[in-house]
Ligand binder design. Structure first.
Ligand code: ATP
Length: 332
């Protein structure tokens, strides 16, 4: 396997005043991989990204980008890194194409500016001045400029916040094509759909720690699916089915707000057993609803842990997955 493009080991970052915003974060990003960093507001995503981008030193721990310390060895890292310029990076009197050409002039082997302008869907705006672009169009120009030098790694801090769905899609297509060409991308986002669509691996941060990490499938599989129904009036907890998972572990079955609720990571076999139990006991399982775990559910559970102040990492590996989102009617 090729060496990781980004290696983060036990990264900590404490701000002046003593606030520890990043508390022992570790992850790797391989070439041609998109890694998404998710988390609630203030979870520490930007504080982490700034260290990766070489804008701030780590307080402790190790960060390597392309084998170098991005802060101390900025010169070695910077030319091979894609950075999205802050808005206003170009004189606003320049047209889109002039700005792209100006930037190309600073690079050793740039993509042709016309190609980049086309790539980010701004071909029809090539001769429009930057001051006349919408905010979303400016963001796309920034992205085009960031990938113009064919960097090995691209850092994107909330690249699609505030973009309309079409601009967001264009951004996704650009990022996808870059990843397909072998670029590594580290992305922070508040859009779970974005992470689900793009990420090879993701980590959810809460209060400065990674609380869940893995492929999107692993992360979702770590959260139990739920089966609910309305039991007959007067049903007590002792009347609920006693179910076991295929490995013999007892299934969590309880009464919640007048509903019977089953939580399991082995949805299919447990559902089969529940239906057999219902047949045997003449129970209609009225209002039966199956909710497969979703990234949103995992995110909300992580946010809850954040609120509770308990951020023990959840290990995810390659669990025996029973993902039947396509087969079952789901309800939230
Ligand atoms: N310069 C600073 N000095 C002190 N505390 C800071 C500083 N910058 C950020 N913080 C704090 O560090 C924590 C993490 O902030 P950070 O911007 O990394 O979060 P985030 O996950 O990117 O959030 P968001 O989703 O809102 O962008 C927050 O509690 C924030 O208030």
């Amino acid at each position: 396997m090729s060496a990781p493009v980004v290696e983060v080991r036990d990264l900590r970052r404490t701000f002046a005043g003593g606030f520890e915003a990043v508390r022992g974060v570790s992850f790797d990003v391989a070439p041609g991989e998109l890694f998404a960093l998710l988390g609630t507001n203030g979870a520490g995503k930007t504080s982490t990204m700034e260290v990766l981008e070489g804008l701030a030193p780590a307080t402790s721990g190790t960060v390597r980008v392309l084998g170098h310390d991005p802060y101390r060895e900025r010169r070695a890292v910077r030319p091979r890194t894609g950075v999205v310029l802050q808005e206003g990076g170009f004189p606003r009197d320049l047209t889109v194409l002039e700005a792209a050409r100006t930037w190309a002039g600073t690079l050793t082997a740039p993509r042709p500016p016309e190609e980049v302008v086309e790539l980010v869907g701004l071909a029809d705006k090539a001769d429009v001045r930057i001051r006349q672009l919408s905010g979303g169009q400016r963001r796309r120009l920034d992205l085009g400029v960031a990938v113009m030098g064919r960097p090995d790694v691209l850092f994107l801090d909330e690249p699609t916040t505030g973009l309309d769905p079409e601009s967001r899609r264009t951004t996704w297509e650009v990022v996808r094509s870059m990843v397909a060409d072998g670029m590594a991308v580290v992305l922070t986002t508040h859009y779970l759909e974005e992470a689900e669509q793009l990420a090879d691996h993701l980590a959810i941060m809460a209060a400065g720690e990674v609380v869940v990490a893995g492929t999107p499938e692993e992360v979702v599989a770590a959260e139990p699916s739920r089966v609910r129904w309305r039991p007959a009036p007067g049903t007590a907890a002792a009347d609920l089915p006693v179910l076991v998972e295929p490995d013999g572990r007892p299934v969590d079955v309880r009464l919640e707000d007048g509903r019977a609720v089953v939580r399991t990571r082995a949805l299919r076999p447990v559902l089969v057993r529940l239906l057999a139990w219902a047949d045997e006991h003449g129970d209609d399982l009225e209002g039966l609803a199956v909710t497969s775990a979703s990234l949103e559910q995992v995110f909300l559970a992580a946010a809850d842990r954040d609120r509770d102040g308990a951020t023990a990492p959840v290990a995810t590996g390659s669990p025996d997955r029973h993902d039947h989102r396509d087969l079952l009617e789901t309800s939230r």
